[in-house]
Write a protein that binds this ligand. Structure first.
Ligand SMILES: NC(=O)c1ccc[n+]([C@@H]2O[C@H](COP(=O)([O-])OP(=O)(O)OC[C@H]3O[C@@H](n4cnc5c(N)ncnc54)[C@H](OP(=O)(O)O)[C@@H]3O)[C@@H](O)[C@H]2O)c1
Length: 120
């Protein structure tokens, strides 16, 4: 199966590597596909993995997995474009970055949910 993983950090890197090793075609959609950390992840993931731009990763994918920080979700989904007809797995949590550089609290969650906002 062709899987696009948007975000090549802790969550996306772990999932993408496992799926690639299980034989799926995994494209990591990154802001900078040539970044050294992304290149290392692709090497570790094996021949079924590659890194590319977000729209290039998403285009052939049957399943798209969103694994970026909440503050970057809108930007990443805008870059991904129209996802109608594709399955989107949303791994994000609506956790903001505080001025101290910590991720804590919830941006939303009392009248709506992160998943509802991502679906919109
Ligand atoms: N569901 C769960 O159980 C669970 C558990 C832990 C975390 N999470 C959530 O999963 C998400 C990711 O967490 P994490 O720990 O993996 O974060 P992380 O290690 O900081 O990785 C985030 C990745 O997203 C990339 N990114 C940011 N903006 C992007 C964009 N516009 N386009 C493409 N890539 C972009 C970053 O790359 P660059 O900044 O280098 O471009 C980085 O590779 C968060 O929303 C977190 O709350 C969920």
């Amino acid at each position: 199966m062709e899987i696009a993983v948007i975000g090549a950090g802790n969550v996306g890197g772990t999932l993408g590597k496992r799926w690639a090793k299980a034989g799926h075609e995994v494209a990591f959609g990154a802001r900078d596909p040539a970044d050294a950390k992304v290149s290392a992840l692709v090497r570790e993931s094996g021949p079924s993995a590659r890194a590319t731009s977000v729209p290039e990763a998403v285009r052939p994918a049957a399943v798209v997995v969103l694994t970026v920080p909440w503050d970057n979700a809108h930007e990443a989904l805008s870059a991904a474009g129209d996802l109608r007809g594709q399955i989107l797995i949303d791994a994000t949590n609506p956790v903001p970055l505080t001025p101290e550089g910590l991720r804590q609290g919830l941006v939303i969650g009392h009248t709506t949910s992160g998943a509802e906002e991502i679906a919109r």
